[in-house]
Design a protein. Sequence first.
Length: 293
Amino acid sequence: MAAKGRALKQRIRSTQNTKKITKTMELVSTSKMKRAQDRVAAARPYATALAETLADLWTADLASQFALLRRPLPPAKGGPAKVALILITSNRGLCGAFNANLIKEARRRIHTLEGQGYTVDLYTVGRKGAGYFKYLGRKLAGDRSDVGDAPTMAHAVSIIDTLIGEFAAGRLAGLDVVQAQFQGALATPPALVQVLPIDPPRRTGPQHDYILKPDAGTLLESLLPLYARNLLYRALVETAASEHAARRTAMKNATDNATELVRVLTRIYNRNRQAAITQEIAEIVGGAAALEQ
């Protein structure tokens, strides 16, 4: 009984120590999520204004002049056979099913593209995605683990500019990104975003009147690569914010579970201790009664 009591006390201490760690990680993730959420909020107005400008400038006549708007033919009809896919995951774990959901979405997209006859060049941002596909023996076209918790436009430019050139030269049929959507602290679903070819944004509000200098074609030539870079930058910042939100939720659940486990173990320990004391009293009373006879 004494050995069992010591084992229970050890489990209680161990669980309490784990609870301290998970609680600290929850607080750290909450702080990081707030900063990452601010970056997401700061990126959205610029992206909205850029999309509205493209929607105002785009016409069917201009679309045929720019490679980033042109939809290549399928491989069966002589089009390029390669598609690039960028998978954005985290560098660290302990964030629930966050990375697993992103990897699952990437695998689904790869299966779809290969079923259509394309060869998929996979680029990963984050160690978790890279580690998974390396374990499967899949060769990666690119692997970046240096982006971290605070992505910048420079990171996006360094990742996507080469792919923009490949697509413009006709060697890529498209570029997709698997990212997490930051919809709130409790909602971070995976999403598939088509970056290339660029789908002209649709204006949701009234159209603006512009005095264009230079002409619309020259402006589009500069804005289209900028729009593609911005799509990837937003994917990076939204995935970073989603990672912290997922880790915060996972650590909160772990802390709550540890609290409940400590409560249950303490109750078991007290019940066993009470049973042992009751048994000792019964033995003493029984022994005293035997002596009196």
